[in-house]
Design a protein around this ligand. Structure first.
Ligand SMILES: Nc1ncnc2c1ncn2[C@@H]1O[C@H](COP(=O)(O)OP(=O)(O)OP(=O)(O)O)[C@@H](O)[C@H]1O
Length: 258
């Protein structure tokens, strides 16, 4: 999936909320999106999901099945949890929702009216409807807000499972709930601009990119090994480091050019 100079404003003559965003997403990417309140995170997520169209620029190659869990699940609907999820399942081609409801701990609440749910439980219903169709693109807006400890623990594993199956997962998340996922990409929105920064967690504790025989972290450099300087676009760094780490290499030094 590719974003090319994507800009968005809510009304003509309004300022750009998103300004010329470029990004490339590959199957299996997991992205944490952060930014101050009002920075445009929800707006960008809606653009990524296809719920809003860019004012200019292009979003290409969006996966066919998109799951979107909004930050506030709309509970003002005359359904119980079951009737709502059954309805969404029919819309989604008879998608199986029951295992997700069970996994997210909604079992005891299936016959509760949506309007009577607590904020956290309503949020889980939003997650189940996003997950049920097996999305190739899963978009989560503040997915950890109000969740109980069990679900907070379950969610990173769910994101990792989807990514392993080739889905792209993007979460606006102030709480760094996905921080333990390997190769997590980190996007920040500031003044309408989208930046990708290497997450501190993708930077190895003992940096050393040493080509030659793959080396385990912490192993001192041995005779017969070479050190290679590699230049690459900053936005590719997290993925590059993750791949190097998978191969057994570590980064020795990372230097930003200005
Ligand atoms: N429907 C709308 N019409 C006009 N302006 C809007 C609309 N929705 C959001 N905005 C404006 O767009 C900007 C970005 O809002 P957005 O909700 O995307 O930010 P956010 O980063 O998700 O914020 P938060 O962290 O508070 O959830 C804000 O200035 C907001 O006031």
């Amino acid at each position: 999936m590719q974003l090319t100079r994507v800009s968005f404003r809510y009304r003509k003559r309004d300022r750009l909320v998103i300004s010329h965003a470029d990004a490339r997403l590959s199957a299996g990417d997991v992205v944490e999106l952060t930014g101050a309140n009002g920075a445009g995170k929800s707006t960008l997520l809606r653009l990524l999901a296809g719920l809003a169209r860019p004012s200019s620029g292009v979003i290409a190659d969006r996966p066919a099945v998109v799951g979107f869990a909004p930050d506030r699940f709309p509970t003002a609907q005359p359904f119980t949890v079951t009737t709502y999820l059954r309805h969404m399942s029919r819309v989604r081609g008879d998608a199986r929702w029951e295992p997700w409801a069970e996994r997210l701990g909604l079992g005891p609440l299936l016959h509760t009216a949506l309007r009577d749910l607590s904020k956290g439980s309503a949020h889980k219903v939003g997650l189940v409807q996003a997950l049920m169709a097996g999305p190739g693109l899963l978009i989560l807006d503040e997915p950890f807000a109000g969740l109980d400890a069990d679900t907070r623990e379950a969610l990173p594993a769910i994101a990792a499972e989807l990514a392993e199956r080739g889905a792209i997962v993007i979460a606006a998340d102030h709480q760094s709930g996905l921080r333990d996922l390997p190769a997590l990409r980190h996007w920040t929105l500031q003044n309408g601009h989208l930046h990708e920064s290497p997450s501190p967690l993708t930077l190895p504790a003992t940096p050393a990119i040493t080509a030659g025989t793959p080396q385990r972290p912490g192993t001192p450099e041995a005779a017969g090994q070479v050190t290679v300087a590699v230049t690459l676009p900053a936005c590719d760094l997290p993925r590059f480091l993750a791949r190097m780490r998978d191969e057994g290499y570590l980064a020795r030094e990372i230097e930003e050019s200005h």
